[in-house]
Design a protein around this ligand. Structure first.
Ligand SMILES: [Zn+2]
Length: 402
């Protein structure tokens, strides 16, 4: 088995914690093997995580010589994080413990074209209800990770997109939600968050790409256990890779972009141009609901619906070749609400096309997989972002940890 993406960087506390979570119980020597660092460095990292109250000793195993090796495990109830993924058409909220388990989940309405103050008030109300349902001590809640689409100014917590209404451009979404909930709020790109959510569940390796599709198409890349952010965290905008140099002008400023020809919106628009199809499928709700109805019909053998999905999947596959060629990853994970019904159809088209077309196919294959829960992945990753930000701060401190 060939391994992809050996870690050549210093492991952060977050990476060490990810390995402990994924393996359940692990010795310092095993951690050193997994990260390529010395046992002394791991001892230092484990000491820091222990001081924060995030890990503890869970047993010992006999060593070949000398004293038995002590095993380190996660303290699942040390702290809790809230993750929210917000889109125009849908939103998902989760409360997650340190072991990555979802304690409570809420499916919520998307932003729609409501005033942003109303959207924030609604989100805050859901967060309060979720925390009440989760019955976790308030001082153990680290904060909220809010995953949404770009462009955004992650550092400032400000959204810059003109969609769905001009009010979003320059809106201080993180600060407003923080004020409404009394919790710190971190903003994150939804596709990047989905990658972190997939990583929380383990099993995807340390380097992979994410194709995220909800109201639109996004992309994310995790390299050596770290999200690739670019200079301003707006990297890997898969939906605005051009698939037609002579195509129509896109609102982003580019031409022939993927999203306006392959995303849920154009698929639904094409379906609505066919009155018999629209009536047969009961279309006429919002874009995401309609798209998932088309996806379900395609899965169940409706030829016209299947043709629309196949067209979208083929275009997405061509753009994903570019993504894989640029980052040389061996795995692509699909996440986002738009893969709820047609995810398997997209998976099959992408895997076939990637293994026929990527530049490095003679060196390694590319595996395409659906996230365990496509609709929840980005919210789970939002929760992971809260913990990551804490562990990557210069002097991490945990409120409420014993
Ligand atoms: Zn564009």
């Amino acid at each position: 088995m060939r391994s992809f993406g050996a870690d050549t960087r210093l492991p952060t506390l977050a990476v060490v914690l990810d390995i402990i979570r994924e393996r359940g119980a692990v010795s310092r020597v095993e951690l050193a093997d997994a990260t390529g660092m010395t046992p002394a460095t791991m001892t230092h990292a484990v000491r820091k995580l222990t001081a924060l109250g995030l890990v503890h000793e869970v047993g010992t195993v006999p060593a070949n010589r000398g004293t038995p090796r002590r095993l380190i495990g996660i303290k699942a109830d040390a702290c809790y994080m809230v993750g929210v993924q917000l889109d125009q058409f849908a939103a998902v909220g989760v409360v997650v413990d340190l072991a990555g388990r979802v304690v409570v989940r809420h499916d919520m309405p998307g932003a729609g074209k409501r005033a942003l103050a109303d959207v924030v008030a609604d989100l805050a109300e859901h967060v309060r209800t979720m925390l009440k349902d989760a019955a976790v001590p308030g001082d153990k809640v680290l904060g909220i990770g809010l995953a949404t689409y770009g462009p955004q100014d992650r550092e400032a917590g400000v959204v810059i997109t003109p969609h769905p209404t001009p009010e979003w451009t320059g809106y201080p979404l993180a600060a407003t939600l923080a004020e409404a909930t009394g919790l710190p709020v971190a903003l994150e790109n939804d596709a990047t968050a989905a990658g972190l959510g997939v990583q929380t569940l383990g099993g995807s390796g340390s380097s992979f790409a994410v194709v995220f599709m909800s109201g639109g198409i996004g992309g994310g890349v995790i390299l050596d256990g770290h999200p690739y952010r670019g200079v301003t965290s707006n990297g890997v905008e898969l939906g605005h890779i051009s698939v037609d140099a002579l195509g129509a002008d896109c609102s982003c400023g580019n031409r022939g972009c993927l999203d306006p020809v392959a995303g849920p919106r154009p698929v639904v628009e094409r379906a609505l141009e066919n009155p018999a199809l629209a009536a047969r499928l009961g279309l006429g709700a919002d874009t995401l609901t309609d798209f998932n109805l088309i996806g379900r019909a395609a899965r169940e053998g409706d030829a016209e619906a299947a043709a629309l999905i196949a067209d979208s999947a083929q275009r997405l596959a061509v753009a994903t070749v570019t993504l894989v060629n640029m980052f040389d990853v061996g795995r692509v994970v699909l996440a986002g609400q738009a893969f709820s019904e047609a995810g398997q159809l997209y998976r099959d088209v992408l895997e076939e096309w990637l293994n026929r077309s990527v530049f490095m196919r003679h060196v390694h294959t590319v595996e395409v997989a659906l996230a365990d829960d496509v609709a929840q992945a980005a919210a789970l990753g939002g929760a992971a972002v809260v913990l990551r930000n804490l562990l990557e701060s210069p002097n991490p401190e945990l409120r409420g940890a014993a």
